[in-house]
Design a binder for this molecule. Structure first.
Ligand SMILES: Cc1cc2nc3c(=O)[nH]c(=O)nc-3n(C[C@H](O)[C@H](O)[C@H](O)COP(=O)(O)OP(=O)(O)OC[C@H]3O[C@@H](n4cnc5c(N)ncnc54)[C@H](O)[C@@H]3O)c2cc1C
Length: 541
């Protein structure tokens, strides 16, 4: 490499991102940052909110920004059935890739389905006896727009308790800071130097929050590709077949539901007058000739008074969710766009209107001959495990705080919230609460470190007025904390109380290897080239 490579840049949100094309260029950039006393900020697909927007807001504080859009190569090792993928590769297609607006010279690096990890795995067909047989990963999250580097760094996970994304990680190659300049280091799960997992830095770096360096590539153990078959059923809370609140021992327990089903999640709509649950579940099945996908369809056809609206479904949802911020504005827009619906809705008072609209999103299963008919679906593994993948990030922007608890305390979490919402109906908000589990993890800063977890993800509609940090999230965090329910927050979502000493102590105390994680980080990055203000305020004493 020439001593001063010419590295492309791209403006994203007012920030000039460097687009290195290979590991040497990443090393060059990290050295540049180190010499100029800059902090390196990495962006994957920017799904971590408010993390990435906070990093971008640090632009005037001496930051060097890196986006790995040119580093998405995928290579296969057939003998070991392992795939090595560069850190900038998206898991699936990313519809919000900033390269879509980039000059034509960068067009070749845009995210597509074909250059995504999941697609290439599935289409890696090497068995002439069985042309359907490709590769897969055994678990994925609810969307697959993320990059490999970003998904790993925040300890993200799907709902499978039998296998997880980060458990498939075999090794990771990272450009770290280093006392004498940037270094390329490989960390392996089976490094013979570290027979004890609690000493192997692999388990620190794998969930590294972007603070150990740049993940330039990662190697995963793959499994055979598969299809899934599942169903989604919407019922009232009372008819929910799972004992969510611990008051119906005759129903299936939540832990049994989580452990018996492979892929699952529950959307809970606890608003008074709505009180519904949407249970999504799916099982893997072998690929077979003649399989016809019938993908999961998330947003139902919205009808008002039996009339199907002429608006695209997500636009309907968008208008409705916007309407919750200001009902009068919503009704005035509706008056123009859908007078029939307007005439009907204006007759309802505000207390009835919001539950009425929400129930349009979550219609109960249709009933045929007295029997409810859940939605049935079947698909290739990467088509519908990420059940939310088709939802538009721009029409339905969702912000989250997600708390991970020991799996057996899930029922107490839900009953605490249910009681709280009954007593404080104004706090519940106008969106859903997502409930799902994650498999235990050996990565020291995984929120599932050494325990299977129950997760609750509290949604905030991104176009709402104000911020969820004003009242909504702090109220919920405090309520659960005060009930003695100890949680670990998802690192890629809104984090509680990070900037108080109490908040930091709370985080530290919940991770047995916290100090060791910090010590290894410090060794690898003694000049703190990867410590942004965001992480400093949340993690450092
Ligand atoms: C709609 C939606 C659905 C989601 N569903 C799930 C889900 O089902 N399960 C779940 O667990 N999470 C979920 N998330 C959270 C999401 O998986 C995480 O926020 C994840 O980190 C996003 O990956 P990204 O590529 O966008 O990374 P970014 O958000 O861009 O970055 C995340 C962190 O990783 C660092 N980073 C990025 N690339 C690298 C790299 N190459 N090397 C080192 N550090 C790097 C960044 O600096 C940052 O600290 C969801 C988020 C959204 C918005």
């Amino acid at each position: 490499m020439s001593p001063n490579p010419v590295i492309d840049t791209l403006m994203v949100n007012g920030v000039s991102y460097n687009l290195p094309a290979n590991t040497d260029e990443v090393v060059y950039l990290v050295n540049q940052a180190q010499q100029a006393k800059q902090v390196v900020c990495l962006r994957g697909a920017a799904h971590s909110r408010p993390l990435i927007s906070s990093l971008e807001a640090e632009v005037n504080a001496g930051r060097l920004y890196i986006l790995l859009s040119k580093m998405k190569a995928v290579t296969f090792n057939d003998a070991s059935r392992q795939v090595t993928v560069e850190g900038g590769c998206h898991l699936g297609y990313d519809p919000s890739d900033p390269l879509d607006a980039a000059p034509a010279a960068l067009a070749a690096y845009r995210s597509t389905l074909e250059n995504s990890l999941v697609y290439q795995l599935d289409n890696h067909r090497t068995d002439p006896q069985n042309p359907l047989k490709g590769w897969a990963l055994p678990d994925l999250g609810g969307i697959i727009h993320q990059t490999v580097g970003g998904f790993l760094s925040t300890g993200s996970s799907g709902s499978n308790l039998f296998a997880s994304f980060n458990e498939q990680l075999v090794s990771v190659t990272v450009v770290t800071g280093g006392a004498d300049g940037a270094r390329v280091q490989v960390f392996s799960k089976d490094d013979p130097k570290y027979p004890n997992k609690n000493e192997n830095p692999f388990y620190a770096v794998g969930v590294g929050l972007g603070m150990f360096g740049v993940i330039v590539s990662a190697t995963f153990q793959c499994v055979d590709n598969f299809n899934i078959k599942g169903q989604e059923s919407t019922t009232t809370e009372a008819d929910c077949p799972i004992d969510l609140f611990g008051d119906h021992p005759e129903k299936e327990s939540l832990v049994d539901f989580f452990t018996k089903k492979t892929y699952k999640r529950i959307m809970w709509w606890p608003q008074s007058g709505v009180n519904r649950t949407v249970i999504w579940q799916a099982e893997p099945m072998p690929v077979s000739a003649g399989f016809v996908p019938n993908p999961y369809k998330e947003i139902p056809n919205i009808k008002i008074m039996g009339i199907e609206t002429p608006l695209p479904l997500e636009l309907c949802a968008h208008l409705m969710m916007n309407g919750f911020s200001d009902i009068d504005v919503f009704l005035s827009k509706l008056k123009v766009q859908h007078p029939v619906a307007y005439e009907f809705l204006k007759a309802l008072d505000e207390k009835e209107l919001v539950p009425f609209l929400l129930k349009l999103f979550v219609p109960l299963d249709p009933v045929v001959n007295g029997t409810p008919q859940p939605q049935q679906f079947q698909d290739v593994w990467y088509g519908s495990i990420p059940m939310d993948d088709k939802i538009s990030d721009t029409l339905i922007p969702v912000w989250f705080t997600e708390l991970w608890f020991p799996i057996e305390t899930g029922v107490k979490v839900l009953s605490t919230l249910k009681t709280f919402f009954q007593q404080n109906p104004d706090i519940v908000g106008n969106f859903s609460y997502e409930i799902y589990p994650a498999r235990h993890s050996d990565f020291w800063l995984s929120a599932a470190y050494q325990r299977d977890v129950f997760r609750i993800d509290m949604f905030w509609y991104g176009d709402n007025a104000g911020s969820p940090l004003n009242e909504f999230y702090p109220t919920l965090w405090n309520e659960l904390y005060n009930a003695g329910l100890v949680f670990r927050p998802h690192w890629g979502k809104f984090l509680p109380a990070g900037d108080s000493q109490e908040g930091k102590a709370y985080l530290r105390n919940n991770y047995p290897n916290w100090d060791q994680w910090m010590a290894i980080r410090e060794q690898m990055d003694p000049h703190q080239v990867f410590v942004s203000d965001y992480w400093r305020s949340h993690l450092f004493a």
